[in-house]
Design a binder for this molecule. Structure first.
Ligand SMILES: C[S@@+](CC[C@H](N)C(=O)[O-])C[C@H]1O[C@@H](n2cnc3c(N)ncnc32)[C@H](O)[C@@H]1O
Length: 375
């Protein structure tokens, strides 16, 4: 077993992962606080860091200064919202099986807890601790609150699909999973990992990967299978993000997978991903398996334009812009800007007609417009 020094030196992948996490958690809190206020409800959200680590990293090998890990980054975002309005609550539960990690984090997160919030650090296995906490939630109103679960293990065991199914049963649950596909491709065949793989996917269908011949096909197979399993487990939208590594071409070590039950959650995540996608280790939303895409198709190679045109043709009549936008968010790499650009190009090329509402400008397409494929 590798002995890991705690804390350890942060790597570039982790920085990128943190950028996306904080860029998402920030508007996630803002949106839910605004909705709760509008509905006259208490402003309350819950963040779970399922594999929290020690909360800090060394910035580089000199080990002279430190930066924050995921639980502290989220605690810092929470503090900003609590400074603005101390009536709000941000509940945080952190889990790690390594006692050195939990002790170190506990000290740091307590120091940050200037608004006296319910911030707890649990030492133990993710599956055991998350179930203990959720058993308590089930006896309170917390089960109805927005729950965000960050699942960031260093491997492929310890977060079985069966447990994720319980998380996804909560009405406002969202999952953000660091899916270590590189290790899965390396180890899936080893007999001693069979049990882990069955637990990870919740099925033995992963064995069908043996029909794949190239590593790219294996990657696509596992990502698509995992995404489908999350959908079966209760998610309504699943979006895998590839975190590109310059030296590794199209074979990144991991994908970040966002699973939610609400199109607004998916849209917020993709929009924020687009904002950080020019970082050196870019993110890419790769879309996921859908009825029209074969399992081995590389989704980002299928042009957004063609897919939108195909959707309009299959609709056989006028379709609302909002409907196209929701579909494209869920099934392609597109975000509002690129979806609109694709439609305008299709209109210029005579492939679709756009019926705009009075007052809506040409060369734009917005909510209220209707679109139809031309002959
Ligand atoms: C990649 S690190 C987490 C880093 C942290 N999320 C961050 O971004 O700052 C993974 C952590 O998960 C813990 N871990 C691994 N398997 C676990 C399990 N089954 N249950 C709980 N913790 C686990 C390890 O001890 C390690 O600290």
């Amino acid at each position: 077993m590798t002995v890991v020094e705690i804390p350890w030196v942060i790597d570039e992948h982790t920085r990128i992962k943190h950028a996306l996490l904080t860029k998402y958690v920030d508007p996630w809190m803002a949106i839910f606080f605004a909705v709760q206020t509008k509905l006259g409800k208490e402003q309350k959200v819950v963040y779970f860091d399922g594999f929290c680590g020690p909360g800090t990293y060394y910035n580089d090998e000199s080990k002279t200064d430190e930066c924050s890990g995921s639980p502290l980054l989220v605690a810092e975002v929470a503090n900003r919202y609590l400074d603005e309005d101390p009536k709000r609550s941000v509940i945080i539960h952190c889990i790690d099986r390594n006692v050195q990690c939990t002790e170190m984090l506990k000290k740091k997160i307590d120091e940050l807890n200037r608004h006296n919030q319910d911030w707890q650090v649990h030492n133990g296995e993710f599956v055991d601790k998350v179930n203990e906490v959720l058993d308590l939630f089930d006896q309170s109103d917390l089960r109805y609150q927005p729950l965000f679960f960050f699942i960031d293990p260093r491997g492929y065991s310890g977060y079985p699909m069966k447990s994720l199914e319980r998380l996804l049963a909560y009405p406002r649950a969202e999952l953000f999973v660091n899916f270590m596909v590189y290790d899965i491709v390396r180890f899936w065949e080893h007999e001693r990992f069979e049990k882990d793989m069955i637990a990870l996917f919740g099925t033995d269908e992963f064995k069908k990967v043996s029909d794949c011949t190239t590593p790219e096909q294996k990657y696509a197979f596992f990502i698509n299978l995992y995404s489908s399993c999350l959908l079966k487990a209760g998610a309504q939208y699943v979006m895998p993000f590839r975190v590109n590594t310059p030296s590794q071409g199209t074979r990144p070590r991991y994908y970040l997978i966002h699973a939610s039950k609400d199109i607004l959650a998916l849209k917020t995540m993709k929009n924020n991903m687009a904002k950080v996608s020019d970082a050196p280790y870019r993110f890419e939303a790769i879309g996921l398996v859908s009825g029209q895409m074969s399992l081995f198709e590389n989704p980002d190679k299928v042009a957004l334009r063609e897919r939108i045109e195909e959707l309009c043709r299959s609709a056989k009549g006028w379709v609302d812009y909002d409907e196209i936008e929701d579909w494209a968010y869920a099934n392609t790499a597109g975000v509002a800007k690129t979806i609109k650009e694709a439609l305008i190009e299709l209109e210029h090329d005579g492939k679709v007609s756009i019926k705009r509402q009075p007052g809506q400008r040409k060369n734009t397409v917005v909510s209220g417009a209707r679109i139809r494929a031309d002959k």
